[in-house]
Design a protein around this ligand. Structure first.
Ligand code: G3H
Length: 327
């Protein structure tokens, strides 16, 4: 695993983005999602799969470079956003970086509310760290579509490189796939050059089958990423839900040849979570989905635990082999 930062802002070139395809409900009308099987399979990711101690530091560093470092709180201030940006530029303490032999490392992106985009863009200028903005009436999405589209335009106009949209959950709960397709297509168009992540808010969607179908429709409508949650639902990212979404993503790739990214988000706080989700990506989709172009972890409070675990590694007996793994 080679881990290096980059000076360029990590925006997927248009030629590699998912252009979307016409809505085709026969792709998922017949699907059967076996809930107990998805739960059993997800459980093996935490109970039976482990990352060898000597490789853990490399996996944790990779989680950092794929992390959308997030602040989405009602009491956010420009000063808090600037501090978050400073953390995104230099997420790991110097002595840990030196011990692991890393020259440069930054977070995958910073994720903020639209009103904070300008502050974040300025704070991250020249660093290569993209700014993601939530939009479209985050977190509930219960606003008229024209205002939700205007919010995207505002964020893009202020320099956001990525837009995290929310879908109308009622379209999924009513089985109105055409309405879902139409709104996501319009949002995608409003994003222009910015790269669009579609938040499904899976905790609101009731069944894994709904989650599979919503994933497929969002991709058909041109989402560059599908994302589990806003962090504000009662249940946010879980492994069974993520498994169903990545399998939808694989099915979409098989049908169309387009690669779509995955962003689990909400409620993930530990280094152990970071490992479990990376194992899922590697086992289901392979190493390409362990890179920030196709994988992000959306989290406001996971970095602290990762830094603590890395500190243990560099002060412990595994430091030398981890250094070797990252080189
Ligand atoms: O998109 C990211 C989520 O909103 C973060 O949720 P969290 O605060 O539970 O980590």
């Amino acid at each position: 695993m080679s881990i290096q930062g980059t000076e360029e802002v990590h925006v997927i070139p248009n030629s590699e983005r998912n252009p979307g395809v016409p809505l085709e409900t026969s792709w998922f009308d017949q699907i059967a999602v076996n809930t107990p099987a998805a739960e059993r399979r997800a459980a093996t990711l935490t109970s039976r799969r482990t990352v060898k101690k000597e490789w853990q530091a490399a996996w944790l560093v990779n989680a950092v470079r794929c992390m959308d470092l997030t602040t989405l709180a009602g009491d956010d201030t420009p000063e808090r956003v600037r501090r978050l940006c400073a953390k995104a530029r230099k997420p790991i303490a110097d002595h840990i970086m030196a011990d692991l032999g890393l020259r440069e490392l930054h977070a995958g992106a910073v994720c903020v509310y639209p009103a904070m985009v300008g502050t974040a863009v300025k704070a991250l200028e020249g660093t290569g760290v993209p700014v993601a903005s939530v939009a479209t009436g985050f977190p509930a999405g219960l606003m008229p579509l024209n205002l939700r589209l205007a919010e995207i335009l505002y964020a893009v106009d202020h320099g956001a490189h990525e837009i995290d949209i929310v879908i109308t959950r009622a379209h999924v709960l009513d089985g109105n796939w055409q309405a879902l397709y139409d709104e996501v297509s319009e949002m995608r168009e409003a994003c222009g050059q910015a790269h669009m992540k579609a938040i499904l808010a899976t905790g609101d969607l009731k069944t894994l089958r709904n989650i599979y179908k919503a994933s497929m429709v969002a991709m058909q409508a041109g989402a560059d990423f599908i994302k589990t949650s806003t962090g504000k639902e009662g249940v946010n990212a879980t492994l069974p839900v993520s498994l169903v979404m990545v399998r939808a993503l694989r099915d979409y790739g098989d049908r169309t040849g387009h690669r779509v990214g995955f962003k689990p988000a909400g409620g993930m706080k530990t280094a152990k979570d970071a490992l479990a989700w990376q194992i899922l990506m590697k086992e289901e989709l392979g190493n390409d989905w362990l890179k920030p172009d196709l994988f992000r972890l959306g989290a406001s409070s996971m970095l602290g635990d990762i830094e603590r675990q890395l500190e243990h590694h560099v002060t412990g007996r595994y430091a030398a082999s981890s250094r070797h793994a990252i080189a």
